[in-house]
Design a protein around this ligand. Sequence first.
Ligand code: HH2
Length: 284
Amino acid sequence: MEAFLRSPHGRTLRLGDHTRLMGILNVTSDSFYDGGRYLGLDRALRRAEEMIAEGADLIDVGGESTRPGAEPVPLEEELRRVVPVVRAIRERFPEVFLSVDTYKAKVAEEALKAGADMVNDISGLRFDPQMRSLVADWKAPVVIMHIKGTPRDMQKNPYYEDVVRELLDYFRDRMDAALGAGIPEDQIVLDPGIGFGKRLEDNLAILAGLAHFRALGRPLLIGHSRKSFIAMIAGDIPPEGRLPGTLGVTAYCVLKGVEILRVHDVAENRQVVEVMEALRSRIG
Ligand code: HH2
């Protein structure tokens, strides 16, 4: 579906014409794949530059790992990691659409002040009661993700009767809450949260059922990159070996018309997106 996300700083991200790639920039010590690699301003900036050169349409800066079992990062530490990186990327690359991956309103606020265009909240505006009004006040685009539980406990026996139906109910509820707080509907992106309190069968049901989420009328974001469901299918492969499985899911998502894919490996995913879009335009 066609949509335009409008940043408070005047940038626009057009969705629906092409599958957009959101390059992951984790300024953390413990992310499941790139933990420790981009902690520090110089390394983060170089990585952003690399991903932009490889064709990233937007960059997602995060200062707290939300992998299963991860410990929360104190507010001051998250601010210290994220805000200078956002400011530096903004100064160096005035064109790039920048999102901040946080569920903390204060981090989102300081990142927006430093030049971020969008808020990516894995809690769907639930973990921090201030987040809704902050996003509304800034008139910022927002990713509303689904998570069952918290990163610390989400993989302890998650269970759904019907995962797609539960997620549809959840998204309707979160959209009501967002609209009630004054967030315009056309600034909302929905993300089923692959791996966030989901069994393998749930992740597969979500991907197989992507068309059902179209009823919500908003663009979709999928974050599948190098996640453990790939190893559950293809053998006990560490994150370093999960690029082929990632690219397979990318190809599928492009055919399904997913608007944004959140990925670690921009160049490789870019190639898959381009080839699959060329094919898609011929299969109609
Ligand atoms: N996944 C992760 C983090 N943020 N945001 C959205 N919207 N969707 C996702 O699927 C998503 C996300 C986890 O991946 P990663 O950032 O690579 O790892 P970590 O949480 O360990 O930093």
